[in-house]
Structures are given as C-alpha cells and as structure tokens.
Design a binder for this molecule. Sequence first.
Ligand code: NAI
Length: 461
Amino acid sequence: MSQPGGTFDIVILGAGSGGYAAALRAAELNLTVALIDKAELGGTCLHRGCVPTKALLHAAEIADQTRESEQFGVKADLVGIDMAGVNAYKDGVVARLYKGLQGLLKNDKITVVPGAGKLVAKDTVEVDGKRYTGRNVILATGSYSRSLPGLEVDGKRVLASEHALKLDRVPSSAIVLGGGVIGVEFASVWKSFGADVTILEALPRLVAAEDEEISKAVERAFRKRKINFKVGKPFEKVEHTENGVRATLAGGETVEAEILLVAVGRGPTTANLGYEEQGVTLDRGFVITNERLHTGVGNIYAVGDIVPGLQLAHRGFAQGIFIAEEIAGLHPAVIDEAGIPRVTYSDPEVASVGITEAKAKEQYGADKISTYNYNLGGNGKSQILKTQGFVKLVRVNDGPVVGVHMVGARIGELVGEAQLIYNWEAFPEEVAQLVHAHPTQNEALGEAFLALAGKPLHSHS
Ligand code: NAI
C-alpha cells in the first residue's frame, strides 16, 4: 500500500539543470516544491557533462600552452599529464559546485526526495511506495548517451562520455565515433594530452550543426593539430583486438586504437516512467509539448533534454524558470530556440547564436541575405594569443543580424554579447555605436558590426 508523501504546488521529477532551475524559481515565487531524483542533485551537466568536461578542456589548454610556451619566450617543458591530478582538480570543481547547489536548494526550503520516481497519476509521482502529489508536475528526467545497434559500450574499450570522464590514464590512441559536440571536445582534450586521435563522422563535416564555414575552420585547425578525422562515411562495426579496438567504416576502411568513444548523440530518458500510461505523447522517446512546455495532459509540463530541441544545460535553466513563472501566473515570453547560444569548447572554440547562412537563405531567400566575416588576424588580442579564426555575421538586408558564428581560441566568451544582439534584434548600425574595449577579442565582434554598418576600422568592408 503506498503512503502519502505530501502535497505540493509543484512536483518535479529529475533534479538536473531543468528540474532544479524550475525548483529554485518556484521557491522564489513562494510555491512549495518536491524535487525528486535517484542520483545526485545537479544531473548530467554538473556531474557527468558540461562541468567536468570543461575542466578537462582547461587542463588540456594548460598542457598546450606549456608545450608551446617557447613561442612566447617562456621556457618550460611538459613533463607529462598526471591523470590522477587532472581528475582531482576536475572532481574538486564539481564537488564545490555540488555543495553550493545543495545549499541553495536547502535555503529555499525545497523538499528534496532521493529515489527513483514514477508518474502514477496525472498529478502524482511515486517514490519508494510514497506518493507525492502536485497541483502541477514537471517532467525533467534528462538524457542518456546513445549507442548504435550492435555497438556494445563496455566502459573499458568502448566508452560513453561518462566513462571517458573517469579515465585514469591518457590513452595512447583513441577513436572518437561522432564528430558532433562531445566528439570534438574529447578529441581536442585527448590530443592535447598526447594521444593519437581519429574522429569518424558519418556526415560530410565536423560540427555539422554549425555554419559550414565554421566546420571548415575547425577542420583546418584540427588538421594543423594533427587530429585525424574521416567524414562522410558511416561507421559499420567495432571489434576487439589484442590491445584495443578496430573500427570499420562503410566501404571497408579500418582504424585501430586503444579505445573508442561513442559520441553519436543523447537520447531522452522517458521509458518506463509512466509518462505514456498517463497520456503524455512521446515521439521517438521525446516528450511533445506546446511552445509553453505544457504536455496537454493535466497540469504536466516537461523541461530540458526530454523536450525536442537543443540539449543544452542553459536551455534547461531557461525552460525551468519559464515553467515556474508560468505556473505562478506570470505569463513569461516564449523562449526562442534560435536565440539560445551554443558553445563547443574544443581548441579552437566554436560559438554561435541565431541561424546559419544556409538556413537564412532558405528562410529569407538568397538575395535577401548578406554576410560578413571579420578575421581574427586583425584583432589585437587574438594576435597576442596567437589564435586564428573569425566572426561571421549573417544579416537580413536592411534588417537585423540573424546569425552570429565564431571560431577561435576563447571565442566562447563572446557569445554573451552575440546573444544580446540577436535576441534584441539589433541593427548593425546600432551595435556599431557601442564601444568595445581594446585590446579584447570582444572587439572582433564590434569590428564586424562596424564593417557591416559601412564604417570598418581595422578591416576593409
Ligand atoms: P551530436 O548530435 O552533437 O553529434 C553526434 C554526431 O554523431 C553527429 O555529427 C552524427 O552525424 C554522428 N553520428 C551518428 N551516427 C553515426 C554513425 N553511425 N557513424 C558516424 N557518425 C555518426 O551529439 P553528441 O556530440 O553526442 O552530444 C550530445 C548532446 O550533448 C548534444 O545535443 C550536445 O548539444 C550536448 N553537448 C553539448 C556540449 C556543449 O554545449 N559544449 C558539450 C557536449 C555535449
């Protein structure tokens, strides 16, 4: 017999970025919240995703800088990578953020329920025989690393990203299956740590969701870094060899390495959770909602990676805040997916907001679009950092900029201004009035807008 666990304004199933953001905003709005999770608060992003991978990428940058220090007149030798030390640093970052998050949730008097929950009625989630009833329910169960049919992830030679994050050694060589975000980030880390890396990507280019010119720039930079990649051929199978793995591509070409990382996307965690039984519509596992993130069933909402679209933590935060405000009756503005900034933290970094040139041509017509590329060769700070890349703007003629696409070291930090420009539908003439500090990489964005407004400073229009 199940027991009552309590009645709340909102019951949230899943305490990752989407779930906990909804909980925090709801508590600010004086709503009572039960936040249910079977694992650590903070979910994939904090424990097995964004945060630990970015710590690895930072350690990778330090390794590269040490290796290349002589270019800057600094004499240093890279003696080696101590993975125990790297992991201790990475785990320390996660632990501090985890502690902070626990404190925030406690302060806000959110009822945290540890355990695996299941939706058993339109307003009830059951956890270990206890029923938590909500005037509203938010489904926030996140995603898992997908594999391919017949490709068994054993965590030893064939890894998913959560295994790759816990490696206690630098592999001598690695095959990265999938040249999307996770693929290029791990390829970048392992190469910086000294491994021989080969990326296998079925589509014709790396980071295929980005603007085509950005893919070309990443490929050029990877070639220079001697990161191998094979694009345009789907992967067929992997076999174990004496010391590692052998991957075969369509057409028969093979690649061998010590390990293989599977980075072919993430699937929504929605099976066996009672969603369909309660009438929630699933499409290939994703929860279908309207633009206000309502499922159309009772007062059930969905947030984050289980909702079709970008699987990004900050989208989860934004959606979580949105739903809490919706429930509180604040009528928040609908989130524009294209206005969500995207950053890939490889070396070089990639950052973008808005739509690609190809998409803009499709949407507005080829003759209605113009683009401008500002090369980082003209940007003082980028020259100091010795990085290459560019800022590309896609503009509707006589209208706002609808896409900002950037590539280069540390360029991800520029996406903050880019997303303001995009989301405020700023005209190049307006942005051109704003003063950018010199010398910053941010100036490259300013210069691109100056050029588009017809008054270039350190470039030709
Ligand atoms: P992804 O969708 O970005 O890339 C997967 C890649 O695998 C695609 O390019 C696809 O064409 C390729 N692929 C699929 N089947 C294949 C096959 N049979 N043979 C060869 N290639 C194949 O997914 P990824 O990189 O696994 O990341 C998952 C999610 O996590 C993404 O949605 C991403 O947004 C998120 N993420 C975000 C990060 C960030 O914002 N910096 C970092 C890491 C992940």
